[in-house]
Ligand binder design. Structure first.
Ligand SMILES: Nc1nc2c(c(=O)[nH]1)N[C@H]1C(S)=C(S)[C@@H](COP(=O)(O)OP(=O)(O)OC[C@H]3O[C@@H](n4cnc5c(N)ncnc54)[C@H](O)[C@@H]3O)O[C@H]1N2
Ligand code: MOO
Length: 409
């Protein structure tokens, strides 16, 4: 019997990188109102200072701060109010020592003023008098021009994922059109005589297709666009024709199931037949996920992937190989991983990277990582998991309380 000759995970990642690192990613110009979650394809350098003028951060009176030095609850300082700053307008008002101007939050400070006393610490007195009962220091309750953003500053780096706050900053800068990467196109094909689409009736012996939509959701979160999904019987000709067609319009074609050694496990053969140079990995030193297949077709520039049928394995393998790859390609920073202490001793599989799906539990000031011991074929293993951590193939195993870094799904 033929045994799979396994590649180490890093070796598979390297082989994939050697292929894709000279792919030219397509970009498009879009409006920031549609940019949430997209990846920037250029640096954003500011062309102006923000806020651009000295601005009050409170409602109150703009003053010359030294005038308030002696102010207190029992003995206030008296200032003369010489006017009001209208919101959104540059004012000609200028104060000298002994004077103040009424101002709202966000208003532009008048000349001569260098701080704002909050209205709570003032009282109107006579026709234009203001009694100030608290002292302020220079610059108190104001934001200076360019204190927020200065002209020429690198504000967002190429490869940044556009978060709600990035969209806010771009709005503040008046940058409404930006260049982002177009997603890579992915076709997902789930195979198996027992697999039926989730919307179809389920007969005994069959299972509903989990992988197509779970992989779609995972891939689309990471920069792919899933352009087609197929659910196929274990039929070599059908698989060959479907993959061939998909290769014409996809950057990646992922086939789930049929990747192992059973009689009906035809994925490796099909992928190898229709691509050139063909399959370069069949078997990866990882648990779960060993029956992973990767092939390349130079003509259509398509990566062909055979994922293990078990849903947890399919998701882990896709994440470790292809989400990592696209992030590197788009120069996206690695996502934060959460440090957590394992709740139990864990044995590793010598020579294999071992991945543990875990549930994160809050603990005093940190997190506990509770491994999900369900077999990789159980769907509840998916539901219970917040993410996973991996243990290097040379590691002997973990003891309860050891720290691990959990990558969230
Ligand atoms: N003799 C050996 N048998 C197996 C080995 C091995 O090395 N030697 N590896 C095991 C491991 S590990 C895995 S993982 C599976 C992978 O096998 P395949 O990729 O060929 O997947 P299938 O046999 O088609 O399916 C496995 C399992 O997952 C279910 N499945 C498949 N696709 C879906 C889907 N889209 N949605 C939901 N569930 C799916 C399928 O019904 C099977 O139960 O092989 C082991 N065997
Ligand atoms: O590799 Mo299988 O994917 O261990 O469950």
């Amino acid at each position: 019997m033929k045994l799979l000759k396994v590649d180490e995970v890093e070796r598979v990642q390297e082989k994939i990188w050697n292929i894709v690192n000279n792919w030219n990613l397509n970009t498009e110009i879009i409006n920031i109102s549609e940019a949430s979650g997209r990846i920037l394809a250029h640096d954003i350098i500011t062309k102006e200072d923000i806020p651009g003028f000295t601005r009050s951060t409170v409602d109150g009176y703009a003053v010359f701060s030294k005038d308030t030095a002696a102010a207190g609850d029992s003995i206030p300082v008296f200032l003369k109010n010489i006017g009001v700053i209208e919101m959104g307008q540059a004012s000609d008002l200028e104060i000298i020592s002994g004077q103040c101007v009424e101002i709202s939050t966000g208003g532009m400070l008048p000349k001569g003023a260098n701080g704002v006393v909050m209205v709570e610490y003032t009282e109107n007195f006579g026709e234009d008098g203001v009694a100030v009962s608290s002292s302020i220091s220079e610059g108190e309750n104001v934001v200076y021009p360019n204190e927020d953003v200065s002209k020429g500053q690198l504000i967002l780096r190429k490869g940044s994922k556009l978060l709600p706050q990035s969209i806010g900053v771009l709005s503040a800068l008046g940058i409404t059109e930006i260049k982002v990467y177009k997603p890579l196109s992915l076709t997902i094909i789930s195979t198996g005589d027992e697999i039926v689409s989730p919307e179809k009736p389920l007969e005994l012996g069959k299972v509903r297709d989990i992988n197509s939509l779970a992989l779609k959701a995972l891939a689309e979160k990471n920069g792919y666009s899933v352009i087609d999904i197929f659910v196929l019987k274990d039929d070599e000709d059908l698989l060959r024709e479907t993959v061939k067609k998909a290769m014409e319009k996809s950057d990646l074609v992922a086939v789930s199931g049929g990747s192992s050694q059973g009689k009906k496990d035809i994925t490796a053969k099909v992928l190898d037949n229709i691509s050139s140079p063909g399959v370069f990995t069949h078997g990866m030193a990882i648990k779960p996920g060993k029956p992973t297949i990767v092939a390349y077709d130079e003509n259509s520039k398509t990566l062909l992937i055979g994922l293990p049928g078990h849903p947890v394995s399919a998701m882990l393998v896709f994440d470790i190989l292809f989400n990592k790859m696209i992030k590197k390609l788009m120069e996206v920073e690695e996502e934060l991983e959460i440090p957590a202490k394992v709740t139990t001793n864990l044995a590793s599989s010598p020579g294999k990277t071992t991945c543990w799906p875990v549930k994160l539990l809050k603990d005093k000031g940190g997190y506990l990582a509770k491994p999900i011991f369900g077999k990789s074929g159980l769907i509840t293993s998916l539901l219970g998991a917040d993410g996973y951590f991996s243990v290097n193939r040379n590691h002997e195993g973990l003891e309860k309380g050891d720290e691990v870094w959990v990558k969230l799904f």
